[in-house]
Design a protein around this ligand. Structure first.
Ligand code: ZN
Length: 294
């Protein structure tokens, strides 16, 4: 009798534990502390995007541009992206390193090296969803806010009063912009958040989130690569522990979705991008894990 009661107690406990884990559901993240307004994120991103377009070789191939926009629009239709109200844009740049980056407020740049490296559309959607999540969670301006707590309020206030360029004002604080700016170097916890939210965006768009885990796994396995630029993504996006496992766990808690969406343009994109010869990267630093300087 007593033994039975213990057994019953144990199974009740296990049931409660299981239901509490179930009730947790997918991770929900909100943007953290920020001295910038959302409008300032947008302005900063647009000024910075104009600078990037001067520095990098943006590609005006209608097929490639349409393709990344088609995938991007499906991700933008997801709930968390819609709630953010950020105006996302998607452009392709001729750069052999496997990477993509998104500026505050929404402008995203996707390297031809990434388009060449993905095995399927879902893997591209995974990286794009990850980048969009950095924008939605405002990681770039959150990081700049934490580092420049004392000086930023005055700069942002004077910027609002006049029409001066935000980039110019921030440069006075030593906040560099362009492809290597502080807005694009994230902490490992920001990376984990972007992975998990990214898995939601892609799942809602009909792409299997497990493909994001597979792609990161593939990149990790390639190490430095023949050109030394294969792992560039991990230079800008430090690898959290057990990254693939965490994405897989999240994929299992997500509400059941129908995966397998494809635009039907993947092989045409692959053929178009294979014809692009990228300029040699200008003295890019060797990829190595970056620690945020606090
Ligand atoms: Zn990242």
């Amino acid at each position: 009798m007593r033994k039975n009661m213990t057994a019953t107690g144990a199974s009740v406990f296990l049931l409660l534990l299981a239901s509490s884990l179930w009730a947790q559901g997918p991770h929900r993240y909100q943007p953290g502390f920020n001295l910038f307004s959302k409008e300032q994120d947008v302005q900063l991103g647009q000024e910075n995007a104009a600078a990037v377009r001067k520095q990098m070789a943006v590609i005006n191939d209608p097929l490639l541009t349409d393709y990344v926009n088609r995938v991007g629009k499906r991700l933008v239709a997801s709930q968390e992206a819609q709630e953010s109200k950020f105006p996302f844009t998607f452009e392709v740049v001729a750069d052999p390193s496997i990477n993509a980056f998104a500026l505050p407020g929404g402008p995203m740049f996707i390297n031809t090296g990434l388009l060449k490296a993905v095995d399927n559309e879902a893997q591209l959607a995974g990286v794009m969803g990850h980048e969009m999540s950095h924008v939605i969670l405002r990681h770039g301006t959150n990081q700049a806010s934490k580092r420049n707590l004392l000086q930023l309020p005055a700069v942002l206030a004077s910027q609002m009063a006049g029409n001066s360029s935000m980039m110019g004002q921030l440069a006075q604080l030593g906040i560099g912009l362009g492809a290597n700016s502080v807005f694009l170097k994230f902490s490992r916890s920001a990376e984990s958040q972007a992975d998990l939210m990214g898995s939601h965006l892609m799942a809602e768009a009909g792409y299997d989130p497990m493909e994001m885990a597979r792609f990161f796994n593939k990149l990790g396995g390639q190490g430095g690569g023949a050109h030394g630029d294969v792992a560039q993504f991990f230079s800008d996006h430090p690898n959290p522990d057990n990254r693939e496992k965490a994405i897989e766990r999240e994929a299992h808690i997500l509400p059941q979705q129908k995966y397998g969406y494809q635009s039907g343009e993947f092989s045409r994109m692959k053929s178009a991008v294979s014809k692009i010869h990228e300029p040699q990267p200008k003295q890019q630093p060797k990829p190595q894990p970056q620690q945020p300087t606090q």
